[in-house]
Design a binder for this molecule. Structure first.
Ligand SMILES: CC(C)(COP(=O)(O)OP(=O)(O)OC[C@H]1O[C@@H](n2cnc3c(N)ncnc32)[C@H](O)[C@@H]1OP(=O)(O)O)[C@@H](O)C(=O)NCCC(=O)NCCS
Length: 170
């Protein structure tokens, strides 16, 4: 394989990141849920107080090749807080384009997020996965993640849109 680089995303990457976000949502059969725009990704990830951080995986051209690096995967994470465990990191998305899977790129992204977690004194890296996504579940288990739904029975809930406005009395 040509050489791979995993680096922090830059503002100018948001178009490519959005392309991959859409591919992941399509894989998850939830494309209709993607409401985010490139502008929002720029504003929310690259302002003074970023709401998220992003790592991108790119294939670098061999010496002499004319085309630029090609983005083939990404991971979006942000910091959360556990009242039980303190500083924590949450991996919101991880995605590698189909033709580049199975070459260790996804694991490298996860390991890089674990490095960031340790650098920021976080004690855990959390993520959620759809129950049918057995290959991703197997990968997380192979990397020794604990399945908290299995172990503790958690369900995820969400207040959104009109429901949230109603709650807030607006
Ligand atoms: C999950 C994913 C990010 C892993 O990236 P990757 O670069 O393929 O991962 P690695 O090469 O480090 O690890 C390979 C393992 O991932 C597993 N894997 C998980 N989902 C896979 C998929 N859709 N296609 C191929 N392999 C997949 C393989 O079983 C493989 O295990 P093996 O080497 O024992 O055969 C990537 O496969 C992907 O983008 N899948 C589709 C989107 C997705 O499921 N994202 C996670 C949502 S929570």
């Amino acid at each position: 394989m040509a050489s791979l680089r995993i680096r922090e995303a830059k503002e100018g990457d948001c178009g490519d990141i959005l392309r991959l976000i859409r591919e992941l949502a399509e894989y998850e059969k939830l494309s209709d849920q993607v409401k985010i725009s490139e502008e929002a990704l720029r504003a929310d990830g690259f302002g003074q107080n970023p709401f998220y951080h992003c790592l991108v995986a790119e294939i670098l051209p061999a010496p002499g090749e004319l085309q630029g690096p090609c983005m083939v995967g990404y991971g979006v994470y942000y910091f959360i807080y556990s009242t039980w465990k303190g500083r924590s990191i949450y991996l919101e998305d991880i995605y590698v384009m189909p033709e580049y899977r199975g070459q260790g790129i996804g694991s490298k992204i996860i390991k890089k997020v674990a490095e960031v977690a340790l650098d920021k004194a976080c004690s855990q890296l959390r993520l959620a996965v759809l129950d049918w996504n057995k290959r991703a579940i197997d990968l997380y288990k192979a990397l020794q993640a604990q399945d908290l739904t299995e172990a503790e029975g958690w369900h995820f809930f969400c207040f959104e849109g009109e429901v949230m406005k109603e709650l807030a009395g607006r």
